[in-house]
Design a protein around this ligand. Structure first.
Ligand code: NI
Length: 158
C-alpha cells in the first residue's frame, strides 16, 4: 500500500466525469487499498478516486461507525429528509462550508468482490455518501454551499 498525492481544488481532474468500473483487477484493488491508507493518513472520512487523480467510479468511506465502505459504481436510489451541516473536503484543506443534504439515503453499489450491495445511511453517513458520489461527477461541495467557504481556523487579524 502507498499513500497517494491528494489533488487539490483547481486541479482539472476534480472536475471530470468518472468512468464506470466493469471488473476487479489487481491494479484496482491496489488503488482501493491506497485510497484507504491515504484517507486515514489525512484523517478524512471519505475519499473518491478522482481525488488521487484516477477517473474511475469508486469511493471509500469510514465515518468511524465501525464499518468501512468501498462503493464501486455507486448510485443513490432513495433519499429522504434534509439536514443542514458543515462539510469539508481533503481537496480543500482548511476550509468548510454549510451544505444541505438528504437526512437519509439508500445507495446501491458493488463491493470489492463486485457483488451488489445496498448501504443505508443516515446523518453523517448520508452526508458522506452524497459528498463522495458528487466527486465522481466532478462536483465539489463548494458548488453547493449556502454561504460560501470559510476557514476552519481563521488567522488572527493582528
Ligand atoms: Ni471531498
Amino acid at each position: 500500500m502507498a499513500i497517494r498525492n491528494i489533488r487539490l481544488d483547481g486541479d482539472d481532474v476534480l472536475r471530470k466525469e468518472c468512468k464506470a468500473i466493469d471488473k476487479m483487477t489487481p491494479r484496482l484493488m491496489t488503488l482501493i487499498d491506497d485510497m484507504y491508507e491515504t484517507m486515514y493518513e489525512a484523517n478524512g472520512v471519505g475519499l473518491a478516486a478522482p481525488q488521487v487523480g484516477i477517473l474511475k467510479r469508486v469511493v471509500v468511506i469510514d465515518i468511524g461507525d465501525g464499518e468501512a465502505y468501498t462503493l464501486i459504481n455507486p448510485v443513490i436510489v432513495e433519499q429522504e429528509g434534509e439536514q443542514e451541516g458543515e462539510e469539508g473536503c481533503l481537496s480543500l484543506p482548511g476550509l468548510q462550508g454549510t451544505v444541505i443534504r438528504p437526512e437519509r439515503v439508500v445507495c446501491k453499489a458493488l463491493n470489492e468482490d463486485m457483488e451488489e450491495i445496498t448501504v443505508e445511511g443516515e446523518g453523517l453517513l448520508a452526508r458522506a455518501i452524497c459528498h463522495e458520489l458528487d466527486h465522481l461527477d466532478g462536483v465539489l461541495y463548494k458548488d453547493r454551499t449556502l454561504d460560501g467557504l470559510y476557514s476552519v481556523n481563521p488567522p488572527s487579524e493582528d
